[in-house]
Write a protein that binds this ligand. Structure first.
Ligand code: SF4
Length: 348
């Protein structure tokens, strides 16, 4: 295959095939072809969100050992990182949201562990929404849900959701992949904007698995997709067995994801943020406070979490413009309907 030809065809509106995506993922990250892919991904992202990359902010409503046992998560019971629980009060949650909004987050996300009471999630959501500026996109990152629950999220004031079918869902997690897909369909049917991602990528994932997930996320017509690397939780089986991919590999994969997604998907997210991914086409980073499933600290701002200022600095170091104000990705990027089903892929 020839990278210049793939790029030329992509510029002419021809979607990348599964085989092309697999080939691009299989290149060495420091190869000239990988750098060409990263340069093209950056060009596409800068065109889609006119050189205004975004920083969104997330905080957790609770911390609790979670029986869903996703092997990559510090909340998983099996990982034995956190053995106690706590929940924010409504007052604390509103305070967190307002701090992040005042610091310049372009969207506010609230997260909970899978078994957090859904009624409490709605109540907290309504209370936070009441205090946010009306134009600030407000996003739910919660467990799986039914169509009725998705409608309730919408009625509570949420603009959208973050929901992903994780790599090796059902094998590295105790969640049925069909349930994740059903939830994604329910959220979309309720009119919630969908954000998703190919995650959490580790060295054990094959190019074929990643390519299929890139195509799957593109088929959902989300506001954004992207690619996040798995962060090793010290002492866990996954950390010992596999380790992590490098930031350069993350940047290459993220850039391939950008090429593999339809141009209607305007956001290209990655986590955790860094300068090299900004240079390779990331236009959505997250800052986090409070509990974080990739951290062993209860307050991630004292651990792995980056501030909004730090995320902006990553973009600036890569000479990317940064958005001030509410998210354009969420405002423009509400995907159309179209039911999700894994296994849909384009081939040559
Ligand atoms: S990723 Fe979510 S569902 Fe999985 S263990 Fe962590 S909190 Fe639970």
């Amino acid at each position: 295959m020839n990278i210049s030809e793939i790029i030329m065809r992509s510029r002419n509106g021809e979607p990348c095939t599964r085989e092309q995506i697999i080939w691009m993922l299989s290149l060495p990250p420091s190869s000239p072809e990988s750098y060409q892919i990263m340069a093209e991904a950056r060009r596409i992202s800068q065109e889609l969100t006119p050189d205004r990359a975004e920083v969104h902010a997330q905080f957790a409503l609770n911390l609790a050992p979670c029986p869903m046992n996703c092997k990559f998560c510090s909340f998983a019971v099996i990982n034995k990182i956190f053995e106690h629980s706590f929940q924010l009060t409504a007052e604390q949650a509103v305070k967190n949201a307002l701090i992040l909004e005042a610091e310049g987050a372009s969207a506010i996300f609230v997260m909970s562990t899978a078994l957090y009471d859904f009624g409490d999630f709605l109540e907290m959501g309504r209370e936070i929404k009441r205090h946010l500026k009306p134009e600030t996109p407000f996003i739910a990152n919660c467990g799986d849900g039914t169509t009725k629950e998705a409608m309730q999220l919408k009625d509570a004031g949420f603009t959208g959701v973050y929901h992903a079918l994780r790599l090796r869902e059902g094998r590295d997690t105790a969640i049925d992949p069909a349930k994740r897909i059903k939830s994604i369909n329910a959220f979309k049917e309720a009119g919630l904007a969908l954000g998703t991602c190919v995650e959490p990528v580790g060295p054990e994932h094959t190019s074929e698995e990643i390519a299929d997930m890139i195509l799957f996320t593109g088929s959902l017509q989300p506001a954004y997709s992207g690619l996040g690397r798995r962060i090793s939780i010290p002492g866990t089986e996954m950390a010992q067995k596999y380790g992590m991919i490098s930031e350069l590999r993350q940047a290459q994969f993220l850039a391939v994801t950008r090429l593999g997604l339809p141009r209607t998907v305007i956001g290209n997210c990655t986590h955790e943020p860094c300068t090299v991914t900004a240079a390779a086409g990331a236009n959505l980073f997250w800052t986090e406070i409070g509990a974080n499933p990739r951290d062993t600290q209860e307050k991630t701002e004292e651990g792995r979490g980056f501030t909004i200022a730090k995320c902006r600095e990553f973009y600036e170091e890569a000479e990317c413009g940064v958005l001030d104000g509410p998210s354009a990705i969420y405002n423009k990027g509400v995907g159309e309907s179209g039911k999700a089903s894994f296994g849909i892929s384009r081939s040559s």
